[in-house]
Design a protein around this ligand. Structure first.
Ligand code: PLP
Length: 419
């Protein structure tokens, strides 16, 4: 029997396999009863990659796993109970988003939802139609647009501050009508918020369907109104729900060409037995987040982020904040460090007890320059000096302060090593 584990969301501690622990590491070590884990005291600043599962989501999952045991498609009372739980979850999500419950399709996450959108349009648009997506989309939009549309995928430029170029979009739309426009609600690397409401209005004017990847927005900003987008995706693990579950919002009345074929689940739009307990858990997490947002708890966290940025600029002369002039998520700071490549920073900060990220995709161990930063006009050498700090709801002001202090220390070490 393993020890009962306190969720990391409450105390910044994470369980890791014993193997990666290095000698000389100052982290607190506690052997689990089975002896195969250590408890690390880490301040986690990588919530945009994935966030710890919160207690409410874990409890909801355990409860539903034990009590909702049937297959929602089964023709008996146990099945009907699972189906009713699924219906309730669908209604809750639709109410949060402001759309109709039949618009919701459960998926394994946002990657599947976003691929479904591209696949659907590739199957239904005429052979010459283009799709336009922003140049800063997550790879699961960017790459799937290229995969399904090749040269017919066009990338909407962004400004140096990481916001989509609305002038470009309106001028181009006056000339050409793409089959779909896709712009994310907020960027995962920079936290820059995109003017999705304005883009939606422009798309309505030109009668072009609008799709938004709302993965980084959901659970941090109010969900209401997102449901007005024609297509919308989300993933639970970015806001305290479990990994491996998400959704696609698509117009319920229209046909969606399924990416996965087989059974007739999800009104024939996504085959496969629905993971009811995980879906319920996702909604439990979203409910917690929406309440925090209604109480305005994110506003204070935005102030902490701004204070951190001021400290960063003061303590590390030459550092800059990426997208500084744009509205950004309250939890994300993308910073161009004055010197030292990303991996050096990452390993030193890791040793100092901070989990941070580069924010860019890592291919076979080699850091590729971020396509997001490239689209914003950063040179490859600059992109290699960018770090991403993404806090969560449980991150305190003191955690931000400790990070600023640690960055100053690492900066001094790196500078000393070069001198
Ligand atoms: N879209 C954005 C903006 C993301 O940040 C991510 C994950 O990092 C995804 C899509 C993919 O989500 P998932 O890995 O849950 O499929």
């Amino acid at each position: 029997m393993g020890r009962r584990i306190t969720p990391p969301s409450e105390n910044n501690e994470v369980w890791l396999p014993r193997a990666p622990a290095r000698r000389g590491c100052h982290h607190k070590k506690l052997a689990s009863a089975s002896g195969d884990c250590i408890l690390l005291s880490v301040i986690y600043f990588d919530h945009n990659a994935t966030a710890p599962v919160i207690r409410e989501a874990r409890d909801a999952w355990l409860d539903a796993t034990e009590t909702v045991t049937g297959n929602p498609s089964s023709p008996h009372r146990i099945g009907e109970r699972a189906n009713a739980a699924l219906r309730e979850a669908r209604e809750k999500l639709a109410a949060f988003l402001g759309c109709h419950p039949t618009d919701i399709i459960w998926t394994s996450g946002a990657t599947e939802a976003n691929n479904t959108v591209m696949h659907h349009f590739a199957r239904t648009l005429d052979a010459k139609a283009e799709v336009w997506v922003s140049a800063i989309e997550h790879p699961c939009v960017h790459e799937s647009a290229k995969h399904y549309f090749g040269k017919r995928a066009k990338f909407i430029p962004v400004t140096h501050d990481g916001v989509i170029d609305l002038d470009w979009l309106t001028a181009e739309l006056a000339d050409t009508r793409p089959g779909l426009v896709g712009v994310m609600a907020a960027n995962n690397e920079t936290g820059v918020i995109q003017p999705w409401r304005e883009i939606l209005a422009i798309c309505r004017q030109y009668k072009v369907p609008f799709f938004s990847d709302a993965v980084q927005w959901l659970g941090k900003m109010p969900a209401k109104e997102l449901g007005e987008c024609d297509f919308l995706s989300g993933a639970a693990h970015k806001f305290g729900g479990p990994r491996g579950i998400g959704f696609l919002k698509a117009p319920g009345k229209s046909h969606v060409t399924p990416l996965l074929v087989g059974g007739k689940q999800e009104q024939g739009r996504r085959a496969g037995t629905e993971n009811v307990a995980t879906i319920i858990s996702m909604l439990a997490a979203l409910e917690v987040r929406e309440k925090q947002i209604v109480r305005g708890e994110h506003v204070l966290r935005g102030v902490w982020r701004e204070n951190f940025e001021r400290q960063l600029l003061h303590k590390l002369p030459g550092a800059t904040v990426v997208g500084a002039k744009s509205p950004r998520l309250w939890n994300t700071v993308s910073a161009l460090m004055p010197e030292g490549v990303q991996l050096r920073w990452l390993s030193r900060l890791d040793k100092a007890g901070f989990a941070v990220s580069t924010g860019s995709a890592c291919t076979t161990g080699k850091e590729e320059p971020s396509h997001v930063l490239a689209a914003m006009g950063f040179k490859a050498a600059e992109a290699h000096r960018v770090l991403r700090f993404s806090s969560g709801w449980e991150t305190s002001e003191a955690d931000w302060d400790a990070l600023a202090d640690s960055l100053a220390k690492v900066h001094a070490e790196l500078h000393h090593a070069r001198a």
